[in-house]
Ligand binder design. Structure first.
Ligand code: PGA
Length: 250
């Protein structure tokens, strides 16, 4: 079973440059077990460059989003076919920043997921509750709604999707913010796995469920052998290759 370490560069470039970043990361991969699957998700404009840079390495390419549409008059959108042609094997869909800043609903996320699957890429489906939903005790209800809204009726095997639980309130936070403990994260991922299983067929152990939200070296080290955790989606800390390598190698 792969253990995913996914870099979400968001609207940034790896530091000091994509070239230097990939070179440094690649040189450290030899020391990491083969099961560690490293995926870099740069902005659309950097896909082809990063694709070239990772050729002949173990690093895989992912995109941060795709259009919910196939092709046509959708100014600014990038379809799954173009992203796949650049060499992407994975695509993040339903990230909370897309839901929040671009008004993406469950049905849009579902259309994107279908586009990704139909181009033989693996969706990284993000779900998670906001702070206010959590404080009102709605976490489970929200996760259930997000999963059923996006997975309903989609023909899917467990090996074809990664589910990323990212509590919205834990994303891009400072070190001092109160986060979930490693035990709480394990519990949540267990819950997410069981909620997702009502929509996907196959053995439960084949479904990849990962965590995201201010992931750093300390958390990844603590959770290294935790059950029910199949990897991490890393935002801020993935911009610095040294920090990202330390998380990947923890
Ligand atoms: P963060 O971002 O690690 O900066 O919290 C994670 C994400 O949004 O995917």
């Amino acid at each position: 079973m792969p253990f995913y370490i996914i870099a979400n560069w968001k609207m940034n470039e790896g530091k000091p440059s994509a070239e230097g970043y990939i070179r440094m990361l690649n040189s450290r991969l030899k020391d990491m077990p083969r099961s560690r699957t490293i995926i870099i998700c740069p902005p659309f404009t950097h896909l082809s460059r990063v694709s070239r840079l990772i050729r002949n390495t173990r690093i895989k390419l992912g995109a941060q989003d795709v259009s919910s549409e196939h092709k046509g008059a959708f100014t600014g959108d990038v379809p799954a076919s173009f992203v796949s042609a650049e060499g992407a094997l994975f695509v993040i869909v339903g990230h909370s920043e897309r839901r929040r800043f671009h008004g993406e609903t469950e049905s849009i996320v579902r259309m994107k997921l279908i586009e990704v699957l139909s181009h033989k890429m693996t969706p990284i489906l993000c779900i998670g509750e906001t702070k206010s939903e959590r404080s009102r005790g709605l976490t489970k209800k929200v996760l259930k709604k997000q999963l059923s809204g996006t997975l309903r009726g989609v023909k899917l095997s467990k090996k074809r999707i990664i589910i990323a639980y990212e509590p919205v309130w834990a994303i891009s936070t400072s070190k001092n913010a109160r986060h979930l403990t490693s035990e709480e994260i394990s519990e949540m991922l267990k819950e997410v796995r069981s909620l997702a299983l009502s929509h996907i067929s196959g053995k439960p152990s084949e479904l990849s469920v990962i965590y995201g939200g201010s992931v750093d070296y300390a958390l990844s080290k603590k959770m290294r052998n935790a059950r029910d955790v199949n990897g991490f989606l890393v935002g801020g800390a993935s911009l610095d290759p040294k920090k990202f390598i330390s998380i990947a190698g923890a």
